[in-house]
Design a protein around this ligand. Sequence first.
Ligand code: NAP
Ligand code: F7E
Length: 350
Amino acid sequence: MNTKKALIFGITGQDGSYLAEFLLSREYEVHGVIRRASTFNTVRIDHLYQDPHIRGTRLFLHYGDLTDTGNIEKLVNQIKPDEIYHLGAQSHVRVSFDMPEYTANTDALGTLRILEAIKNSGNHIKFYNAASSEMFGSTLPPQNELSLFHPRSPYAVAKVFSFDITRLYREAYGIFACNGLLFNHESPRRGETFVTRKITMGIARIRAGLDKKLYLGNLKAKRDWGFAPEYVEAMHMMLCQEKPDDYVVATGESHSVREFLELAFSYAGLGDYKNYVEIDQRYFRPAEVESLIGNASKAKERLGWQPKITCSDLCKIMIDSDFKNLHLDIIGEGNKILKEKFPNKWWKID
Ligand code: NAP
Ligand code: F7E
């Protein structure tokens, strides 16, 4: 059998970890780029790690960084992947206001560096770029592939560059390059400072008696929240098409942060969130994206992609997981939903 090789930038992140698991389940050889850090940053992929000395190992990790052109060129030339999934980014919107230059270097120029490496290699490599619904910014919902970009953060501006440069390399050099315009997607592996995970973890900590309050920013903002394992399958589907293209991936359902809070506190049996939540100005952004609702009709028609998990399901899945992490009795509806909706799931339940 001819094993396909994938190279993942951002393999240690939420999406990278699920994508690696998915591709390994499809018999791929998976190479991932990790950053050197003084503490271990591989916690999301530790369950996938295989000793490279063992025969048949299909997961390989390489040190690298999106700001290091020579390293990227070397990895692309040495590994000779069939597919590259570019999921690496400084992905926190609020932090991008504190570190705009670093965010642009990593998220915008990082994409260009990979595309140049692909072009210069002369190899036929399919490329997936993680664009973002944040690029729509203040464009009114629902948003689809034809909606205007009006970015509202240094992160979103950098992603607009990454989107445009990916499309340009497709049109100018014939590279099989796709942009996924993914709306927010969450999971038990979501970074702990993004709002859904901050809420589900905060609730678990309150239930465990570790915290009394949860401090948040703008509760009015609306997001289209989906389930990350379903979204990484869409990335792979894009690279399996005959022609490269750009796709919105979303649920089409939108909720405010306040609604997510109400769902979460009610499921956890804590009652009114107002008894626990306080507003802290530090979590507001200099410019906000008020409302995102994705129209994923194109992904449905052309890729056959359709999500199964609703926002309420997601909230239950994440709370069950965070209760388990703190050794609390879990409520169990989230785990039941996972079993019912994914009898053949390919990822480890956290
Ligand atoms: P994430 O959990 O924050 O993971 C980001 C990954 O990028 C991590 O592996 C991180 O490494 C790596 N990284 C950061 N800076 C890097 C650098 N300078 N060089 C190399 N690697 C670097 O993000 P995610 O939620 O999985 O999202 C994956 C991608 O999709 C990102 O590009 C994000 O912007 C985009 N996106 C996400 C969503 C969403 O809702 N999740 C929606 C649309 C688009 P460390 O682990 O070492 O930090
Ligand atoms: O914020 C509000 C905040 O940080 C969602 C990234 O994956 O998705 C993500 O970006 C909303 C915003 O996600 C807090 O103001 C209120 O309106 O969870 P978030 P995000 O900014 O939408 C997109 C698609 C990406 O591409 C990004 O990489 O929640 N909010 N209070 C808060 N947000 C945070 N983080 N913390 C709060 O305390």
